[in-house]
Design a protein around this ligand. Structure first.
Ligand code: NAD
Length: 462
């Protein structure tokens, strides 16, 4: 493996040096090929996602194929514009001078992806890396083995193998890859592995993008209109259980609500769960499964912790043979329990009550900065306070997860939820260096900036 990797890296470096990946024509051909892959292999992609996560076809289209198609079309529509140098203003002092920002590819980049959207999170950063003209090594997650081997089999059939290679494997392969020199590492995964990646990258001063996770809060105000309340709860229910069974970095981790509205809220959530999944969600074919036994047992441990089990007000049924956990609601589990400290990443929804909804702000601020924060409210004063007094990678009002689809917004974390950003043009920028190019000529020459110094020159410089 080590020798094969060295050989592959030498080939990728050589391809980059040949300047082939710099032309718009090459980039376009690769993006089109990736789009063909997504379109031609649609059914197979849904099949592998189903194998790995029990992902329903509707989710696979909405959350993986659809998002990828959108990213690819956006990159194809804007490629030349993104690649073009951009003129910038220069101070009068420097006259006659022009200046521009010239995007250039970084070189050979490494992309790590996680298992919850195993197709999207591998290929979406790849779109940016190719659009920006880099050569790439892709390391999909070993915890979605069908998708990983499908990517490893198919990518060489569609993309230029001298420029894009896939390496499969787990921790050991990841560590081997991190022992090499890269021009950028783009990592999607946990905070724990993210900190290892950053330390390993530091040895070669390699810049990193860390797309991590954390606990994303949703503040639910007591919306006065029945209709608004109903829509808010529909959206929250979908964001918690309708997207990869709650295994989502930007899913709703827990809810903050006022004590006085909690009973009615729980009944409304139960009604929405029933509306989506009927009486037996396990049999509807509309809910993803827990990815593997390790995560199933991790979630079981979260629920079984003393003080937590007694806080379950709905659900709690688990079927290990089917890696199924029923949509579960917990009311005020102890704040020092693991479920309120670690990222849940599963179909369990703790509801924490506060006296006044404004108290949610302090609650959110007393914890690490989340990747995403949500607030459902029509109160503009509260919205203003949440914008100015809390910090998170993104903040969405009156919906959840949809911000992921808006390419004009950057996607990324802050603090422990990561740093760096991507999506749309931000992906292109992440995988590019904007070279500062200044152009002068020999028409004019002022001597006030050169020695010998006298008081007149210093006065001119003031
Ligand atoms: P993980 O950190 O276990 O694995 C991520 C990737 O790192 C995988 O490809 C894995 O093989 C590799 N890896 C694992 N150990 C390694 C090591 N020692 N050296 C090098 N590589 C190593 O994360 P995961 O379980 O796949 O994903 C879940 C986490 O990812 C959650 O915390 C979630 O919030 C986060 N996540 C973030 C985003 C985002 O866009 N911000 C998206 C999805 C998931």
């Amino acid at each position: 493996m080590a020798a094969a990797l060295d050989e592959s890296l030498a080939e990728l470096r050589e391809t980059f040096r040949s300047r082939k990946t710099r032309s718009a024509q090459w980039r376009r051909s690769q993006l089109k090929a990736l789009l063909r892959f997504v379109q031609e292999d649609e059914e197979e992609i849904c099949r592998v996602l189903e194998e790995d996560l029990g992902k329903p076809g509707g989710e696979s289209f909405r959350d993986e194929l659809g998002v990828l198609t959108k990213s690819l079309n956006l990159a194809l529509d804007n490629l030349e514009r993104w690649m073009a140098p951009k003129s910038v203003r220069v101070p009068l002092m420097a006259f006659p001078t022009t200046a521009e920002l010239v995007p250039e590819p970084l070189g050979l980049v490494l992309i790590f992806s996680s298992w919850n959207f195993p197709m999207l999170l591998a290929l979406d950063p790849l779109v940016g890396a190719i659009a920006a003209g880099n050569t790439v090594v892709l390391k999909p997650s070993e915890h979605a083995p069908s998708t990983s081997s499908f990517i490893a089999k198919k990518i060489p059939m569609y993309l230029d193998s001298a420029a894009v290679k896939v390496f499969e494997g787990g921790e050991e392969v990841g560590e081997l890859l991190m022992s090499k020199k890269w021009d950028h590492v783009f990592f999607t995964g946990s905070q724990k592995v993210g900190s290892y990646i950053m330390a390993a990258a530091a040895k070669n001063l390699t810049p990193v993008t860390l797309e991590l996770g954390g606990k994303c809060p949703a503040i639910l105000d007591s919306l006065s209109s029945k209709r608004d309340r109903d829509i808010a709860v529909r959206r929250i229910t979908n964001a918690k259980w309708g997207v990869c069974g709650g295994q989502v970095c930007i899913g709703v981790d827990y809810l903050l609500v006022e004590e006085k509205s909690v009973s009615a809220l729980i009944e409304l959530i139960k009604e929405k769960i029933k509306g989506y999944y009927g009486d037996d969600p396990q049999r509807t074919g509309s809910m993803s499964r827990i990815v593997n036994k390790y995560h199933f047992n991790r979630l079981r441990r979260l629920l079984e912790e003393p003080g937590v089990a007694t806080s379950i007000v709905h659900g709690g049924f688990m079927d290990e043979s089917n890696l199924y956990i029923e949509p579960t609601i917990l009311l005020n589990p102890p704040l020092e329990s693991e479920i309120m400290k670690e990222e849940i990443f599963g179909p369990l929804l703790p509801i924490i009550t506060v006296k006044k909804i404004e108290d949610s702000i302090d609650f959110v601020n007393s914890r690490p900065k989340p990747l995403a924060a949500y607030a459902f409210t029509n109160d503009s004063a509260l919205k203003k306070r949440i914008v100015s007094e809390t910090s998170s990678g993104s903040l969405t009002f009156n919906d959840a997860i949809v911000q992921f689809l808006v390419d004009t917004l950057p996607f990324g974390g802050v603090g422990q939820s990561g740093f760096g950003r991507y999506h749309g043009k931000f992906s292109f920028d992440t995988f590019s260096h904007e070279k500062a190019v200044l152009r002068r000529n020999f028409l004019l020459e002022f001597s006030f900036g050169f020695p010998p110094w006298d008081s007149h020159k210093i006065e001119t410089l003031r």
